[in-house]
Design a protein around this ligand. Structure first.
Ligand SMILES: [Zn+2]
Length: 388
């Protein structure tokens, strides 16, 4: 096939793909208004191009296509498509080639440089990505994206000290996205200090996190933990009260600490009032179970059983049913007791397979509260599931 016919075919494939993709993107954007990628991407159009032609053919097309201001978005889209497919060598080569062109240096250098940093990031070449992004910080239009890219590098390297320092020195104090991250870095450092039993340092870091982002529920949980570990139970309860206003979805995470504080202060009735308060605003398996436990301690097993039965009518819950069975075992006759134990074992198995946390951004689910989602890497997106 001669070169003219090849170009014609490619042009038709890209054109057709773009038209179809454009219409589909319009339909998509009506459902998801405001979401768009940077970098002149036409992913669906390009998928038609790559389905129709193999990589060497596209390479040949890319090599012969003149680099102009108009063709640059197509170059960027092809390179980004390669990156998404994991072909980092090709995407890097295209971005490097673009940066060698004077027309790009004049008008699109920052955008192409940023894309090159993303190639390095995807390849795990963090030193190169850091160098490129640091150079890009001086461009006001790319400052925030570059800083977020740099922070992502330090996050991946778990270098929380540098991440905090860069976020605080390079980010604007008014930038909530950066502040939320800086607070999380302080929390990471505070947790490390707690693991080393350096409670004063952990307290200072948790307070620093709250001074940077007063909505950081993780910092309040940490500060309360420090107060509990230093026997300041009333102070811990005062800190835990803030979580409702910071991020109510983490209130259930505060209940173990609140229970310990009330027990140490010999105020079990107070803990029951806390549970009632939380239940009224946010019923959950955990509150149901803890309420039954407290009623059993303060009143009797029978009262706790009746409480659970009444609540389970309205809020059926496997975890609640399991506690009800546990309460019934000691008072059951020998034969039913045997069967109740079998049912309890089956329910424990089922419950073990149910996740207790889920990322509200990507759906990642598990049994651990990750403050940074291991899948989508968003902070404070993994939330406790209220019902199991
Ligand atoms: Zn996620």
């Amino acid at each position: 096939m001669d070169m003219f016919a090849l170009w014609l075919l490619i042009a038709v494939a890209v054109g057709l793909g773009w038209v179809i993709g454009h219409h589909q993107r319009l339909a998509f954007s009506e459902e998801h208004s405001g979401s768009s990628d940077s970098g002149g991407e036409h992913p669906l159009a390009l998928s038609y191009l790559f389905e129709a032609f193999d990589s060497p053919t596209v390479d040949s097309f890319v090599e012969q296509l003149e680099i102009t201001e108009r063709s640059a978005p197509l170059y960027l889209a092809i390179a980004n498509y390669y990156r998404k497919q994991g072909d980092l060598e090709r995407s890097t080569l295209i971005h490097q080639k673009l940066l060698g062109e004077s027309i790009i240096q004049d008008k699109l250098a920052s955008q192409v440089t940023f894309e090159l940093s993303q190639d390095y990031m995807a390849a795990g070449l963090y030193d190169r990505a850091e160098s490129v992004l640091t150079g890009l910080l001086k461009d006001d239009d790319w400052h925030e994206r570059s800083l977020l890219g740099l922070l992502e590098i330090y996050e991946r390297e778990r270098d929380w000290l540098v991440a905090r320092e860069k976020a605080l020195t390079l980010g604007s104090r008014k930038n909530k996205r950066i502040n939320r991250r800086a607070a999380q870095y302080c929390c990471e450092l505070a947790e490390a200090e707690l693991r080393r039993s350096k409670r004063t340092n952990a307290r200072d870091l948790a307070k620093e996190a709250l001074s940077i982002d007063k909505t950081c529920a993780r910092a309040s949980l940490l500060l309360a933990r420090v107060e509990v570990e230093t026997s300041n139970y009333q102070a811990a309860l005062n800190v835990l009260k803030q979580i409702e206003h910071q991020d109510a979805s983490y209130v259930v995470e505060s209940l173990d600490l609140a229970q310990e504080c009330c027990t140490q202060l010999d105020q079990r009735e107070k803990f029951r009032r806390i549970l009632d308060y939380v239940w009224e605003r946010q019923p959950s398996s955990k509150v149901l179970i803890k309420s039954a436990e407290v009623i059993a301690q303060l009143e009797s097993t029978r009262e706790a059983t009746e409480y659970l039965q009444s609540k389970l009518d309205e809020f059926p819950s496997l975890a609640g049913l399991k506690v009800l069975i546990e309460l019934l075992i000691p008072v059951a006759d020998p034969e039913p007791k045997r069967w109740i134990r079998v049912v309890k074992g089956v329910m424990e198995n089922i419950l073990h397979q149910e996740p207790t946390y889920r990322c509200e951004n990507c759906g990642f689910a598990g049994h651990t509260l990750h403050w940074q989602c291991p899948s989508c890497r968003q902070w404070a997106a993994v939330k406790p599931l209220l019902w199991t």
